[in-house]
Write a protein that binds this ligand. Structure first.
Ligand SMILES: [Zn+2]
Length: 1077
């Protein structure tokens, strides 16, 4: 529908890039990539960061009248304050900020806190190197990083900021330790520990790499015996394993993380049994082993003990060679197969009590490959069926034959084998059946054999038990360092370890002078003469404080609770706040924390769920899990240049980057190798995110980062492509200046009362205020629906734009909700931006649709590019809100329209409507009244679904052009050799040869080509027969005869303005009561 005014202005629908008569529109089409205008992106950051800091957005100070909002707790893993923010940080904090803003726009009460994982070794090492107190170093770094975080435009709850090194925080870390202690879940025990001789501290197993080096200092880790504090995480191993099933549902946690945790917990089911040891001195002992393959018991050829097994320690007292071996073995790689044969000792196979075995007794070795913490530090060596045992045997016993007692099912008839070095010399690892020649067991499958062995041994009163074994060990939390949370225990000679009374918490770290740290090694707490001296809280006698501090994973195991109540002086969190806000809804962080941090946090959280702090544990479905959803973002890799001949990594200044796509090595003129690799100093590929933000602005940097890769993939940071994002956001800012609205429409523009109202309601309002012209409907429509009116009103370009907007809202909402494809949010919004930009200016309605689409675009953009969205929103409302002052009750007058973040996230209300409006129809084509074929075509734009109405000219043309373009259409009707033409000369714009009539009826569902030989009456009669199949309500056929203009509508009627407003009023009254005038 075109209004006459626009037609006289020369408005015509066109496919792309309208050339409109008024100057603003032509500027739009010819200078599409002009600069952002008055403000650069970094200036925009400054303007809006200041504005946000100045005025608290309404979501932070809700009206008393506001209905309570549902909560959403979004938490990124808090940073270690190293002093510099790197791109990995920027990625995780951008992702979490985008989600937080999205949820807030969706109407949630979002908790999005940030804090500092502030204890830890780097601070202490820096202190020892430079003679600066670790606290000073840490606090300086926090200030630096906080400033950098501010620059990225994050929406952080700074009023919840915490630092784990703050006594007000670690007081509660100590409290949790004591709660565990009271429940018997914290204990001190002597154990063989990994000791880092450089950092002079104990390391957890997981902090030692596969080659036995410290993850932090890189030093070769030693094994020493020390009394250490442990937490009994093993008490929770079963729920930790089993509750993962819930976390796996619907992909809430990444599969990879769950698999790693499962492997770490390492539950296996097997058999615990005993080998009796006969010693040369006549005494006996027993070695308990755990095996998952008791069916291979017939093939045991030795027993091996760990370095710290009690029998080994006992033997070492008398055996100098053994002591030397143990010392040396500390430094062997973990996969070493060296062994030490214990003299004068033989172990008896428990099966020898049931059947005759070739070797009833086997030698006993000490072997570093046997882990202390698996089973009971002893394994039965079955070289025929285990690859490590096999390697050990060949390393220690050379060519000695290896017995193989299990064979594949299909070889059940074969005798057991003896392996000798050669082709066949390899262990059989899979289960099978017991080989022939083993008395009473031959041919029995492995699993049955296990049951039978256990059964028979039990009858013989041999110690045997089917059991589970776990790889998980208790959590060693002692660290012999200063910069950690002190363990609140006092050691008294008469009372033992006594907890520090609750009222004496926190046990604060001593205030040591900077110089104290300079050049020190070891634990400053132990060396401080005064701090550790105290009195026993129980008996009052002189006592000493525990000088170990806690592993920093202890701080991060519970910090998500503290964020909910950071200023609570008495409790770590009020139970009410924990109950109403835990678990965290979305937790975002690096996959490097897949095991330890997440496992410890799950443990402590499950523990707190057994206390009065979080009694519900998040409800019966949640089982005390702290994180409902986990998002692990991929790493960021940097563009890396290397010399193709030497392989040397090149600094960026060594490469001529004036043409970024074609870099050249300055010195040689050669083309460098370009790769993307993990950022490191040695590869000269690091990127300072603050420099990027300073240059391009926070929003461009954020959008570029999101656009480059799905959240969980590796991100190849390539700054050369950032200009695409720059151009896009520039375009968005230009859209907001509404130069696409013709001046006479803009002068009369009305902002909608409810920006999210369905299109029908928006149009009612526009009609009511006479912003768009009334529609014209055929007189025979007795009761047009709103759909009819919309169909009548919306032309192709309008439908296209509104359909695109609705689809984008739908897909962007989905992508934000599922999180993994934030990159498609950016690409979808780019497409929508172009669709709005390129929309043809067909009518005043189009101006309103472009306005609404732009408004929705900005609301969807706001999480990604908050400052650009705010700026564009402000401009859009200023430019279009000119007549708003007359509407006293317009929402613009209250706070709700001031910030784009107050307006909420758009809803795709009209997707179904647009589907109905743009659906396809089936058209039957007849020639001389005989059905020839049928095709699927796009429905004509107006009055589709109201088949009583004849189609207007352009719709008839629309239907015919589509029919002729189909394969069948070309065959029958095509101007190049279509059957009806019979070689006749074809004129431009003709649908049929001279003398033919073309009738399009039933809203385009029936097309009849009637040749000159057929009498008119006959043709029409046939047509009526067809019509009789469907509705037959005075339907009017349209006749095209050659190039003859279409006949005038016989009974057209123009709906009056009054008719439409009456109709709408009536409907409005039914729904809402009388309309406002
Ligand atoms: Zn005492």
């Amino acid at each position: 529908m075109r209004s006459p005014a626009l037609s006289t202005l020369g408005w015509r629908p066109c496919l792309r890039r309208p050339l409109l008569p008024h100057p603003r529109c032509s500027v739009l089409t010819t200078r599409r990539y002009e600069s952002t205008g008055p403000l650069s992106f970094s200036e925009l950051d400054k303007k809006w960061h200041a504005r946000w800091a100045d005025t608290k957005p309404s979501y932070l100070s809700p009206d008393a009248s506001d209905a309570p909002k549902p909560k959403c707790y979004i938490l990124p893993m808090f940073p270690y304050p190293s002093g510099t923010l790197h791109l990995g940080h920027l990625r995780v904090y951008t992702i979490s900020d985008v989600l937080a803003r999205f949820k807030q726009l969706q109407g949630y009460n979002v908790i999005h806190p940030i804090g500092w994982d502030a204890f830890g070794l780097p601070a202490e090492n820096a202190a020892l190197e430079r003679g600066t107190h670790p606290e000073k170093w840490t606090l300086q770094n926090i200030e630096k990083m906080k400033e950098q975080m501010m620059k990225m435009g994050g929406r952080w709850d700074w009023d919840r900021e915490i630092r784990t090194c703050d006594p007000e925080f670690y007081k509660h870390t100590q409290r949790i330790f004591l709660m565990l202690f009271e429940r018997g879940l914290a204990y001190k025990a002597e154990s063989l520990v990994n000791y880092d001789p450089v950092d002079k501290t104990v390391l957890a197993n997981e902090q030692v790499d596969a080659n036995g080096f410290s993850w932090r200092s890189g030093a070769k880790v030693e094994k020493i015996m020390l009394k250490q504090w442990f937490l009994k995480i093993k008490e929770f191993q079963k729920p930790l394993l089993e509750d993962m099933e819930n976390l796996a549902k619907g992909g809430r946690w990444p599969e990879r993380v769950l698999a790693m945790q499962k492997n770490w917990l390492g539950r296996s089911t097997g058999v615990k049994l005993e080998f009796l040891v006969h010693k040369a001195n006549g005494s006996n002992d027993a070695i308990e082993v755990f095996t998952t393959r008791a069916d291979t018991l017939f093939g045991v050829q030795y027993v091996a003990l760990s370095l710290s097994h009690s029998i080994v320690r006992e033997a070492a007292k008398e055996d100098a060679d053994l002591r030397a071996f143990i010392d040396r073995a500390q430094n062997l790689p973990p996969d070493s197969k060296e062994g030490y044969l214990l003299k004068g000792m033989l172990a008896a196979n428990p099966l020898s009590s049931i059947i005759d075995l070739a070797d009833e007794t086997v030698p006993v070795y000490v072997a570093p490959y046997v882990l202390d913490d698996y089973g009971s530090g002893a394994v039965m060596g079955v070289p025929g069926h285990d690859s490590r045992d096999y390697a050990f045997w060949r390393a220690n016993l050379g060519d000695a034959p290896i017995i193989q007692v299990i064979v594949p099912q299909e070889e059940a008839h074969l005798e057991f084998k003896m392996l000798l070095p050669g082709d066949q010399d390899k262990p059989m690892l899979s289960k099978g059946v017991i080989a022939k020649g083993i008395e009473d067991f031959s041919g029995i499958p492995s699993d049955e054999a296990i049951d039978k062995i256990v059964d028979l041994l039990q009858k013989q009163d041999v110690a045997v038990q089917k059991t589970e074994n776990w790889r998980l060990r208790d959590w060693l939390i002692s660290r012999q360092r200063y910069w950690g949370c002190p363990i609140p225990i006092i050691h008294c000679d008469s009372c033992g370890p006594v907890p520090v009374p609750k009222e004496d918490l926190p046990v604060e770290l001593p205030k040591l002078a900077d110089e104290f740290f300079k050049g020190k090694t070891g634990n400053p707490l132990q060396e401080d003469p005064t701090w550790k001296k105290t009195t026993c809280p129980k008996c009052g006698s002189a006592a000493e404080r525990e000088t170990d501090t806690m592993d920093t994973f202890m701080d991060s195991s519970w910090y998500m609770f503290r964020f909910l109540d950071p200023h609570n002086k008495n409790e770590l969190v009020s139970s009410a706040l924990a109950e109403s806000n835990m678990p965290v809804d979305v937790y975002v962080g690096g996959v490097e924390h897949a095991i330890l941090h997440l496992l410890y946090a799950r443990f402590i959280s499950k523990f707190l769920a057994t206390t009065s702090i979080w009694p519900s544990g998040g409800g019966p479905e949640n089982h005390g899990e702290p994180f409902k959803r986990l998002i692990t973002q991929g790493m960021v890799h940097g563009r890396t240049y290397s010399d193709p001949t030497t392989g040397r990594f090149l600094k960026h200044e060594e490469v001529d980057l004036s043409k970024p796509k074609n870099p050249v090595i300055k010195a040689t003129g050669e083309v460098p190798n370009v790769t993307f690799e993990k950022m490191s100093k040695s590869k000269h590929n690091g990127v300072d995110p603050t420099a990027t933000i300073a240059k391009y602005g926070a929003d461009v940097t954020r959008a570029h980062m999101l656009f480059q890769a799905p959240v969980s993939d590796v991100l190849e940071w390539d700054i050369t492509s950032i200009s695409g994002v720059q151009r896009w956001l520039t375009r968005v800012l230009r859209l907001s200046r509404v130069s696409w609205i013709p001046p006479h429409v803009l002068g009369n523009f009305t902002l909608p009362m409810d920006i999210d109202a369905p299109l029908e309601e928006q149009m009612q309002e526009l009609w009511k205020h006479r912003r768009i012209a009334p529609t014209k409907l055929h007189s025979k429509v007795r009761d047009p629906t709103e759909l009819d009116i919309l169909r009548d009103y919306m032309k192709g370009p309008e439908k296209q734009l509104w359909t695109k907007t609705q689809q984008t809202i739908e897909s962007v909402t989905k992508s934000y909700s599922e999180t993994y494809s934030l990159n498609t949010v950016v690409s979808d919004l780019m497409t929508l931006t172009n669709a709005i930009f390129d929309a043809s200016h067909t009518s005043p309605l189009m101006s309103y649709l472009q306005f609404l689409s732009t408004a929705h675009l900005l609301r969807m953009l706001a999480p990604v590019a908050p400052a650009v969205a705010e700026e564009a929103w402000e401009t859009l409302i200023q430019k279009t809100g000119t007549t708003i002052s007359s509407f006293v009750q317009h929402p613009l007058h209250c706070r709700n329209w001031k910030s784009v973040f107050d307006i909420g996230f758009p809803r795709a209300n009209d997707t179904e409507l647009m589907r109905q409006l743009s659906r396809t129809i089936t058209t039957v084509v007849q020639i001389d009244g005989k059905r020839k074929f049928q095709v699927e075509i796009e429905g004509p734009e107006a009055r589709l679904g109201t088949p009583r109405n004849a189609l207007p000219d352009e719709e008839v043309e629309f239907v015919l052009s589509q029919v002729v373009e189909t394969e069948e259409g070309r065959h029958w009707l095509g101007r190049e050799g279509g059957k009806i033409w019979r070689g006749e000369k074809v004129g431009e714009g003709e649908w049929a040869p001279k003398g033919w009539r073309v009738m399009v009826v039933r809203g385009g569902r029936l097309v009849n080509f009637v040749g000159p030989g057929v009498k008119k009456g006959k043709g029409e009669k046939r047509e009526e027969n067809v019509r009789a199949e469907g509705e037959s309500d005075g339907e009017e056929g349209r006749t095209l005869i050659g190039r003859t203009p279409l006949a005038q509508e016989k009974s057209g009627r123009t709906y009056s303005l009054n008719y439409i407003t009456d109709l709408l009023k009536e409907k409005e009254n039914q729904v809402k009561g009388p309309p406002e005038v």
